[in-house]
Design a protein around this ligand. Structure first.
Ligand code: OFO
Length: 165
């Protein structure tokens, strides 16, 4: 069973994951229109992943005797100065999701709800992975700076990251 507090917190998480999916879709669109096809592929992929994260939560809440609430979504930012800003927004979004997951984990410990605690471990690991990926990409972009051929190669390179996921 889910307490009211945990059900509410899980529903907040559903909202965050759904918003992340839309944010990344807007980022994919921005990149695709400019011609960064590798980056667009990366964010289409991320958007899909976030939808899967959301669905996992929806099913879990419903199976545990709660009711998933399907949120209306915020309009995502869809214009970016450059790739550096794009990936900075990505990192910030992931940090926000991590903070929320950590708080949720804390709440499950307070309530001694080990079933939900256990379920959330997958999200804890996923967040660590996503944050470190965002940081690695930002480091690369810092090295590239304004170099045009470096940016071209970066866009090609990132296709490899999509292929691995
Ligand atoms: Fe689901 O928010 Fe990141 O991965």
């Amino acid at each position: 069973m889910l307490s009211e507090t945990i059900e509410k917190a899980l529903n907040t998480q559903i909202h965050l994951e759904a918003n992340a999916s839309m944010k990344y879709l807007a980022m994919a669109t921005w990149a695709e229109v400019i011609g960064y096809n590798g980056v667009a592929g990366f964010f289409y992929n991320q958007s899909e992943e976030e939808r899967v994260h959301m669905l996992k939560l929806v099913k879990f809440v419903n199976e545990r005797g709660g009711k998933a609430s399907i949120p209306s979504l915020d309009a995502p930012k869809d214009t970016f100065k450059d790739l550096h800003e794009l990936f900075t927004v990505f990192l910030e979004s992931e940090e926000q999701v991590t903070e929320s997951i950590n708080h949720l984990v804390f709440q499950t410990l307070e309530e001694k709800n080990y079933t939900v605690h256990n379920f959330l471990q997958w999200y804890v690991a996923e967040q660590a992975e996503e944050e470190s990926l965002a940081r690695t990409i930002l480091d690369k972009l810092k090295i590239i700076g304004n170099d045009k051929s470096g940016t071209y190669l970066f866009d090609k390179d990132i296709e490899g990251i999509v292929a691995q996921t």
